[in-house]
Ligand binder design. Structure first.
Ligand SMILES: [Zn+2]
Ligand SMILES: [Zn+2]
Length: 313
């Protein structure tokens, strides 16, 4: 089964364009879900807070903190989401993997590309569907119909694979959602009890409609924060350990010892592929593409970082 997405489909007819647009429907549902979480805060709570601010019940600094924090979280969620959708996850190009690579540098081949992983029969890993050898940690996605570097899983919510080149954006997307959601919960609850005049969150005295809207916003945001906190936390924890969803599924299939031997993944290599070599906190937290050197990547025969350093010196 081959899905339609901008990285694997090149529509030529109106019908194909329509099919491709339809395949992005889950993305629109996800955007609607996020907006239905943030919109009550922006069109209802913030104007109410500003009214109380003008009456002297709330400080201006607190009001602008609420506004800016919400804008920051929302920008980060949508920008990372867009990057996760639009970034090619890391399709393995047919060349040079059509020819047998060198295994661990021990066998002779004029193919300069090297692998360290073998399949469960101790043979070079080969994808019969793509008709080419597989680089280490690459897996075939049946939805995209291609082999993907460091494939984690195919996500219908981004209509794309989560692979080497967009995992960082996917992780940031699922991490900023709980940040925004819990910001809504904490500031709405705090202001409802201490700042907003005429609102009684417990006795439902005064403005009942406002109280109900505020409670609905708090409960919805809390559920979103909890669900995405658990979901995002799971993926961030796996990345921290140097594992992916594929690691778990291979280990489940062939057993712990054999699976680990087949994968031979080092945590540092995994982090390098996903986050690049520059891991300052603000580089990790911002939607910047990971920077890597050119070591061993197919189609990239440029100098390594060390060689570039010598060339510049
Ligand atoms: Zn393949
Ligand atoms: Zn895929």
């Amino acid at each position: 089964m081959c899905m339609y997405n901008m990285h694997v489909t090149h529509p030529k007819s109106i019908c194909q364009w329509l099919m491709m647009c339809c395949s992005y429907t889950p993305c629109l549902i996800a955007v609607g879900l996020i907006l239905s979480n943030t919109t009550p805060y922006q069109v209802f709570f913030l104007p109410l807070l500003w009214k109380n601010c003008a009456e002297g019940n709330v400080s201006v600094v607190y009001y602008y903190y609420c506004v800016l924090m919400m804008l920051f979280a929302q920008f980060m969620v949508f920008f990372n989401y867009l990057k996760a959708i639009c970034t090619n996850p890391g399709h393995v190009s047919p060349e040079p993997w059509a020819r047998p690579p060198v295994y661990g540098g021990k066998a002779y081949s004029d193919n300069p590309f090297e692998v360290f992983q073998l399949d469960h029969e101790n043979k070079l890993r080969y994808c019969a569907k793509c008709d080419q050898f597989k680089p280490d940690n690459a897996h075939h996605c049946n939805f995209c119909g291609k082999c993907i570097y460091r494939m984690d899983h195919h996500c219908p919510w981004i209509n794309n694979c989560v692979g080497r080149d967009n995992t960082k954006f996917f992780l940031l997307f699922v991490s900023y959602i709980p940040l925004g959601a819990f910001h809504i919960v904490v500031t709405t609850l705090y202001s409802s009890f201490y700042h907003l005049k005429g609102v009684d969150m417990v006795a439902f005295d005064g403005d009942v409609v406002t109280t109900i809207v505020l409670w609905c916003s708090i409960i919805f945001s809390f559920s979103m924060g909890l669900a995405f906190g658990a979901f995002g936390g799971h993926f961030v924890w796996m990345a921290y350990k140097g594992e992916s969803s594929m690691t778990m599924s291979i280990i489940r299939k062939v057993g712990e010892a054999k699976g680990r031997k087949m994968l031979q993944q080092s945590r540092e290599d995994h982090l390098y592929d996903i986050f690049g070599s520059d891991r300052r906190w603000w580089v990790l937290a911002c939607p910047l593409s990971p920077k890597r050197d050119y070591r061993g990547l197919p189609g990239m025969t440029g100098p390594t970082e060390i060689e570039m350093h010598h060339m510049l010196a």
